[in-house]
Write a new protein. Sequence first.
Length: 349
Amino acid sequence: MAKIDLRRVEKRYGDYVAVETLDLSIVDGEFLVMLGPSGCGKTTTLNMIAGLDYPSAGEIFFDGQDVTAVTPHARNVAMVFQSSLLYPHLTVRRNIESSLRHTDLPASEKARRITEAVRMLELEPMLDKLPSQMSGGQRQRAATAKAIVREPSVFLLDEPLSALDAALRLSLRSELVNLQKRLGTTAVFVTHDQVEAMTMGDRIAVMSRGRLEQIGTPDEIYNQPASLFVAAFLGSPPMNLIAGEIAEGCFRAGRLSVPVEAAPGPATLGVRPQHARLADVASAETLPATVYALEHLGRESVVILEDEAGMKLRVLVEPSFHARVGDKAALAPDPSFCMLFGADGLRLP
Ligand code: ATP
């Protein structure tokens, strides 16, 4: 059991602020995903939770106990890194076994855990190999197995799936969540992959430039983004973001006009590709553009438009839709699904 609280945690490297006054509560048994672009402070935060790095200010609590100055070993956490450490002179089997060497578990329980981890990570064929005889992805899987068998109260995972091929990554996503739920372990999972975040997290903490932008369920983060940054970071194909002006109850950008209920001033209109349609280029109150490309995704297609200012816009269409590059079309957002962001980047009510 472990509930983790970060209170006003900060990390500075000289003058550089890697993590800025972070307040974060991770519920016992929760799968929390920390999502954000490279350099936003995810790994630094994870390392502070692990005890591999110490905050410049603030405190960290495990189940109400201040662990800020406690060593990693005493925190009962298991970490899986992007490039996790394996003992180079030990086979995969010995590496995994080494995780349980200092426990007093019965041999049958040790064997059960190892068998399960080996099956889950498809490590059977490489049990007798040394790390140097394996690919990066295989090493990653072995390191994950090594962490899993300990069944710790906290799993800390730093992009553990990033070096794997697409098929294995897909199956491991649900396997990891299933295992975590079965064990009731609290997990903090760092990634910059929004699909991983959306599919695995009970909640997602979106970080940007050392700050927590928003924390919420995948549904909240996707449907109620608090800022332009979150709106732009989640969703594939990405949300269309159109800069313009609110005046007289309408958002306007060039010929585009959308009725809105917000105070006048500069604003950005956000509309997801599934909430816009293509209209005749001459239609009033739409955004005129030219077809730039058509992407087939199988179940649907994406029309990429380019407006007169060179901005790319995306609209989801049926897979049977036909268009040629250079065709004229207009983007018509569905007003009931549009979002507005103010000049400060925050969502307007
Ligand atoms: P990535 O996805 O690329 O791993 P991240 O979000 O995990 O990125 P961090 O590794 O937490 O980012 O780094 C946050 C910032 O702190 C980065 O700008 C990084 O350059 C800086 N940083 C990290 N460690 C140090 C250090 N030891 N000394 C100085 N700066 C550091």
